[in-house]
Design a binder for this molecule. Sequence first.
Ligand code: TXA
Ligand code: MG
Length: 346
Amino acid sequence: MKTPHLNQAAIVAAARLLEAGELVAFPTETVYGLGADAENPAAIAKIYAAKGRPSNHPVIVHIASQAEAARWAAELPEPAQRLMAAFWPGPLTLIVKRAASVPDAVSGGQDTIGLRCPSHPVAQALMREFKNGKGGIAAPSANKFGHVSPTTAQHVRDEFGVEDGSPLACVLDGGQSTVGIESTIIDVSRMDSHGPVLLRPGSIGADAIAAVIGVHPTTQDQEAPRVSGSLPSHYAPRSPVALVASLDCAETLQSLVARGRRVAVIAHGAARWETTGPQSVAVTRLPDDAAGYAHGLYAALRELDAAAPDIILVEAPPRDAAWSGVWDRLQRAAHDSTGALQSLLA
Ligand code: TXA
Ligand code: MG
């Protein structure tokens, strides 16, 4: 597998590989994507195989500009157009009714499509070069199904390998993703019956959405289209994760260490509690603001996870709306670890 440096020649080469039906990983401002030509069902099948993802889970189609949306959507309701104008290019995915020409493989057999126009300069350059800016790049996050999303090119290489057998034809390196968690997803495909629905919180919050379309999105309901990122245990590292209230962190950590447990800690902001301890404790301190925290979260989870600790202890962040995307990812990361902390303390 080649890992070209970030330059126009690398981007042109990546576009040609996509056009030839190959998989190309590329940076976006949220997380790295695992891209394939959205008009080529055989190429999309490679995404599902590489990720180990069930084939009824739809993938987002990345496009170069708002002007391209009409080719993929059967209809673009006014709120969708306003949201695109306000937030594209940027970390917002819109679910709309799909055009008849969109392959079933993209939509997981549903009658909708997820559209996103990323702002990362490398993603922008790639989309302009690919099919002369007229194509769509189907791209889920470039991680194995259920695992933590990648925010650097190295994360992608760690995930899929760099040997000859790698499913990726190339990885474009665009540095560390600035946002760090996946795009906000708003379903505007059922405006008449449901209004706008927030399917996945992200850095663009519900209030910012409401400010543009004049109505607050509701949260997910039973009838909403399937979102694999909304499975309870998505975005999980391999080590158990426990969310612990700030006030209880010091005591919990002490008790774990006293029992000889190997603990990793994600704290945030100024040091409010004692995390310096024996070598058995690895501490990562993330910023105290939601954007800074989101930016570093997945890299921290991956790095701590790599040492296979008995548990990753996460100091619970604040509860305000700005943190809803971060909370969503932390709760999913911790979902399969229910009881892990108690049994390590037993
Ligand atoms: O920030 C992001 O959105 C990143 C970057 C690479 O763009 N992509 C990403 O893709 O997070 P993925 O596949 O890991 O998550 C997209 C979510 C999935 O949970 C998928 O089920 C949902 O969007 N989705 C895609 N198309 C959909 C549709 N037509 N209806 C409902 N959900 C859809
Ligand atoms: Mg994903």
